[in-house]
Every structure is written in C-alpha cells, then in structure tokens.
Design a protein. Structure first.
Length: 690
C-alpha cells in the first residue's frame, strides 16, 4: 500500500470532526481519493440511524420520528455537500471519475432511505393524524413536507415498481452527471483565438484585458488573446466585436455546445433522460412529467405556467418587431448585411443604445469594480438586515480565488460564514449559483450556515463588471442571504429549501438594490479617479435598461415554453431532441435573429439535475412576486424602509419553508401578488394600462 492509501484508512479528514474554523471543511487536507472510502462509511451509518428510528418499540411521535429523521444523516450530508460543491467549483479528472461512480450510488442510497417501508409507515401514521397531534405550525409543515418527500420518492410504490423506480433514479443520476460533464468538457476545450489588431476590432479595453487573461490562464503566450464560452467573456465579445465572422463563429460554438457528434454529444443523453422521467411520472400515476413536478410548486399545474408565460410571449414578439426595425436601420447605416442574424443582435443593440441614450457600456464599467460591488451588496445587507461582514484570510478554501467572510448580526453574534468564488476557470462549471456547505438549523443547539456564491466573472486587475454582472452578483447574494438569515428549527425547512418557484424571490428581489441611487452614489466609484458615478450617467443607465427588453424576454421565455412542451409530452412519447426543438421553435415562432438563451443540448437547468425540469418558468413566476414585492419599499418611500425590511426578514428571508409560500407572501405584502409590475418592468403593458 502506498502512503496515500494508508492515510485514507488511518486518517480520512472527511470522517473526522470538523471543529476548527466554525466547521469549515479542512480543504487543504482533502484529496479526491478520500471520497469513496468516506461515502462507504457514511452510507451504512446513515442507514443505521434510519433503522433505529424505524424499529423503535415506542409508537411514533413527532419527536421520536420526524425530529430524529431531520437530524439524521449529518455525516453523509456534510460529505455530499462538500463533494457537490467541489465538482461544481473546482473539479479535476480524479473528482470527475468519483462523480461518475458515485452519482448512481448516491441516488440508490436516497431511494433506500425514502422507500424504507417501516420508517414510512411511522411517518404516514403521524401524517394521517396530523391535525390531532397538537403540533406547532413549523412542526406540522415539516411533517407534511417530509411525508410528501417520501411519497414523491416512491415510498408508496409496490414491490416490482420499487425495483424499477430505483433503477430509474440511478439511471437519471448517471445521465445527468454525464450531461454536465459533457458541457464542461466542451466549454473547457473551446477557445476563439484572436490574432492581431484585426481580430480585436471594436473591443473595449476591458474585453481585451479579459481575453489576454483567459489566454494566460490557459498557458498560452503573454501576447495571446482568446475568447472562451464563459458568458462574461462571450457576451461582451458578441456585443462589441466589429468582426461579424468571429461573432458568428463564437455564437455557433456557444449555441452548439453539447450538440456536436462525438464523445460529448448530449442529444442522445437528453432523449434517455426524458424517457426515464416519463416512466418515473407514470409510476407515480401522472400523465406527464410536468404534472408530477408541478404538484410540488406554487404554480400547481401546467396551465398556470403557460398562462403566465403567454402573457409575455406575443407582446414581447410584437415589441421586438419595433426594435428589429431600429437594429436593421443601424445595420444599413454601418453597411452591414440585412436581414440581421442572431450574432448581430447584441452588437447592433449596443450601437442603438449608445446612440439613443448617449450611453456606452464601456463608459459604465470603470464604475463597477468587483470589490466595490461586493462592498455595495454587503452595505445593503447591513442597512436592510443589520448584517456585517468581516473577511478572514487565514482559512484555507477550495481555490485561492475564493474569499471568506464571517457574517455577524447587529449584536455582533456570528450568523454564519459566507464564501465568494467569483472568477471563471476551466475547472468550474459555467453560470452563477448559490450553494451551502452546511445549512442552518436548530440541530445540536444551533447550527450556523456556511454559504457559497459562485460567479464566472472574467478575472482581471481590477475586475470590472458590466451592469448585468452586477445584477448577477446581487442575485446570488440574495440567495446567499436566504441561506444566511435562515432562522428555523428543522433543517428540511431551512433557507433556500423552499418550493422551486418561490426560491428565486429573495434573489431577484435583492437585484433591485443594485440600481438604487443611494447605493450607486456611495459605491459605484470610478476605479481610477474614485469619483462617484455622475448622476446623468446613472440616469442614462436607468433609462437605457428599458431598451431591448423584448429581446431579453424572448430569449428567456422561448426556452421556458420549450421546457414545458418537452416535459408535458404524454408518457411514452419518444423524443428526437433536434427535431423536437426545431418543431417547437416553428410552433412558437421564435425569431431566428433572437434565438434562445439556452438550447436543449446545453440546458443545464433541465438536465444537470431535475431541479428546474418543467421549471425554467420559475424565474418569471418569482419575478411577479419580486416586482410586486419591491413596490412595498417604493410605497414606503425608502428602499431601506426599516419596518418593511423587518417584515421582509421575518416573512421571507428568515422563515425558510416554515410557511406555505403564498401565505408567506401575503404576510409580507398584505395581499396576493399582482402581475402588472412585472409586465411593466419588462415594458410589456399596453400603453393604456401603463
Ligand atoms: Zn437564482
């Protein structure tokens, strides 16, 4: 046995108590080879805990069954969360191999737990008597939630169905892992090299810096420049590059991710995922997978989702026609070909925006340095919720770019830990997300959350953000606050563990403060001169944000409608992904010069896990709540109104899943949400109604 193997058995850091650094994982001691031996111990330990609950002689009670179940499996959970965070933020060949092996085993373990007949019998007997048990509101909510978790994981299935169900869930776990790994491989492999000034034409300094920095990170020469598929590099390139041929090449590479023949082709993977999901829904007695998913959402049914999406779809297409005319005129004036193509839209829109609003995105960027915007979001969290953030540089993290802050409340007491991992790299998946290493709960006298936000900004010195990047930063921090401010007894109800179409409310709501003049005046300072952003520039930024909203709405709503169409196919319908997507684009009339924010072959929301399957709509659903909700501050006359912020904290940010989300919203707003503020924000209200 070599030394590594000996160490694995003698001292596996994943199996030790993590008592240093407030329970932060000991990152610098962890090796990919530690994971499988740790899982091999954590699975049986969890099952032993479950068995001891299930085999109690005493009749079931809330405490001896539900509370115990909520506290069980902490070792496995700690290892699993760390593992998922590492495979997303800082993966490696070794971790990818472990991931492929563990995905079906983790799914099988989950099935074993949630199909435990004796345990479910105890939970079900409590559930049947739930109104007679004298439970507190959060306890009743936990009982209902856990009961539904068991039912949705197949606890009521009969013998032969159970066997098949476990196979389906393991198969889906493997396929979803394969899907994500294919995307990461295609993104890591692609670069668009920029050779010489001719290839750099039109690019402002920040894009040139980021392209050089991306080349350096890939070990290319000091003079090399490349564009990668990372949105914070690809988006500005599509916006500014004068080179139509290069824009087209990048656009095709980006939209084609996962749809290239060969080892990383996601098209057959998707067909298999959809087939297994249909079979899963059928075993639960639903006609479609969407029906199965929507039972556990605020929306409740497919029709409610389509009703919302359709309120924006046709109006957005009509508005886009007006914008298209302006863009076409711009193309003609620049001597560029018409009709315009999808790789022209951002570029021409930027030209029109600059002309119409006298605003150049490159003029804004020096005011949005990453460090200043981090300070801005912390400031907002302080003014709204009394939090303050103290950076700690003495704790090892998973990557040198990640930073850690202690989060403290008004009284100075520790609330949790916050990790910000903001830069793109080839070992990190694309997109932006919040996750946890540990959830808040009342477990062991009070367990504090350890929250991580990931972004994929192009690293530069200093790193300058676009306003969209700033919104993303605030968005993820909104999720982060939902995790940090959580104040509940039971972990299953903590923080972001709410219904999927409610979870984007705290995040999208928080984006509003990024545009608040009080915040920008204080924090949006020119990176070289330190001058605050001129009021006129801020005003131009605000006015220009109304422009091109139809494009953004179509880019988002098209994929949301395709997601619903795909997952609402009757069970047993085979899918040829490419043909299906093309047919849907025709049916919906998706404008070819706008296209889709996500195409199926790389639509991670749908296929990296089941999280957002039949659920891409949730952003718009939550936007209805968010746009209506923020008006509570507008009505109070102050974006930091103390009473409104307190109510928001109590009903939304700290309450996790202890209430039905519709009730939680009503407790905040005093009424049900109205859709008009969202339509207004997107510029889609008919003039008469606006
Ligand atoms: Zn989000």
């Amino acid at each position: 046995m070599n030394q590594v193997t000996d160490t694995l058995h003698a001292h596996n850091p994943l199996l030790q108590v993590w008592d240093a650094n407030f329970g932060l994982p000991p990152f610098n001691q962890i090796h990919p080879a530690h994971f499988i031996p740790a899982f091999d111990q954590a699975f049986p330990q969890h099952l032993a805990e479950i068995n001891s609950i299930a085999s109690l002689d005493e009749p079931p009670s809330f405490n001896n069954t539900l509370a115990e179940f909520d506290s069980s499996g902490r070792l496995l959970e700690r290892i699993t969360l760390l593992f998922h965070n590492l495979t997303a933020s800082e993966t490696s060949d070794d971790l990818r191999a472990v991931q492929l092996e563990m995905a079906p085993r983790l799914a099988a373990h989950e099935s074993t737990v949630f199909m435990h007949a004796e345990l479910f019998a105890r939970i079900d007997s409590l559930y049947q008597r739930r109104t007679e048990l004298g439970l507190a509101a959060d306890q009743l909510r936990l009982l209902e939630r856990v009961h539904l978790d068991f039912v949705r994981a197949g606890a009521r299935l009969r013998d032969h169905e159970r066997v098949r169900y476990v196979e389906i869930m393991s198969g889906l776990a493997s396929l979803c892992t394969r899907f994500s790994q294919n995307i990461l491989a295609e993104e890591a492999a692609y670069t668009l090299p920029l050779n010489g000034e001719a290839d750099l034409a039109g690019l402002p300094p920040f894009v040139r810096d980021a392209a050089r920095s991306a080349a350096q990170q890939r070990g290319l020469g000091p003079d090399a420049s490349v564009i990668t598929l990372s949105p914070s590099l690809a988006e500005p390139f599509l916006t500014f590059s004068d080179r139509r041929d290069l824009r087209e090449a990048l656009w095709r590479a980006r939209t084609g991710r996962g749809a290239n023949a060969g080892a990383h082709d996601n098209r057959p993977v998707i067909a298999q995922i959809v087939a297994l999901r249909q079979e899963q829904a059928a075993l639960h007695g639903f006609n479609t997978y969407a029906d199965y998913e929507l039972v556990d959402r605020m929306a409740g049914q497919t029709a409610s989702v389509l009703n919302l999406l359709q309120q924006t779809w046709e109006p957005a297409k009509a508005h886009a026609e007006v914008d298209r005319q302006a863009l076409t005129n711009m193309a003609r004036s620049l001597g560029q070909p018409t009709p315009i193509a999808a790789w022209d839209w951002r570029y021409l829109a930027q030209k029109v925006r600059a002309q119409r609003f006298d605003l150049d995105d490159a003029e804004l960027k020096p005011y949005f340095s990453l460090d200043a915007m981090i300070a801005a979001m912390f400031d907002c969290a302080g003014r709204l919720f009394g939090l303050h953030f103290v950076e700690r540089k003495d704790m090892a993290l998973h990557h040198a770019d990640a930073r850690l802050w202690e989060v403290r409340g008004e009284d100075g007491a520790l609330v949790g830990l916050f990790i910000g991992d903001n830069f793109a790299r080839s070992t990190k998946r694309s997109g932006a997300w919040m996750s946890v290493f540990r959830s808040q709960s009342g477990h062991e006298g009070g367990t504090l959350p350890i929250v991580i936000n990931n972004n994929n900004f192009a690293k530069a010195s200093p790193t300058l953000l676009s306003f969209d990047d700033v919104r993303t930063l605030f968005h993820e921090f909104g999720h982060g606050l939902h995790g940090l401010l959580s104040n509940v007894r039971y972990e299953r109800l903590a923080g972001t563990q709410v219904l999927r179409d409610f979870v984007e409310l705290p995040s999208q709501l928080f984006e509003n403060w990024a545009l608040e003049p009080q915040v920008l005046q204080r924090h949006a300072r020119h990176v070289e001169t330190g001058e605050p952003m001129p009021a006129a520039l801020l005003e131009k930024l605000k006015r220009s944000r109304q422009f091109d909203q139809a494009w953004a709405t179509i880019q988002y709503t098209g994929p949301a409608l395709i997601d619903m169409a795909l997952h609402a196919l009757p069970n047993g319908t085979p899918v040829d992904m490419a043909a299906f997507e093309a047919e849907q684009a025709r049916r919906l009339g998706i404008p070819q010069d706008i296209g889709q924010r996500h195409y199926l072959s790389h639509f991670q929301h749908l296929f990296a896990s089941a999280g957002y399957a039949a659920g891409y709509y949730v952003y718009m659903w939550a936007e209805v709540l968010e746009a209506d909700g923020f008006e509570a501050f507008t009505e109070a006359g102050d974006a930091f109104d103390a009473a409104t912020a307190q109510r928001l904290l109590r009903t939304i940010y700290s309450s996790g899943n202890t209430q039905n989300p519709a009730d939680a919203y009503r407790a905040f707003r005093g009424r049900d949400p109205r859709v008009e503020p969202m339509l207004h924000k997107r510029g889609l209200l008919a003039k008469a109604a606006a």
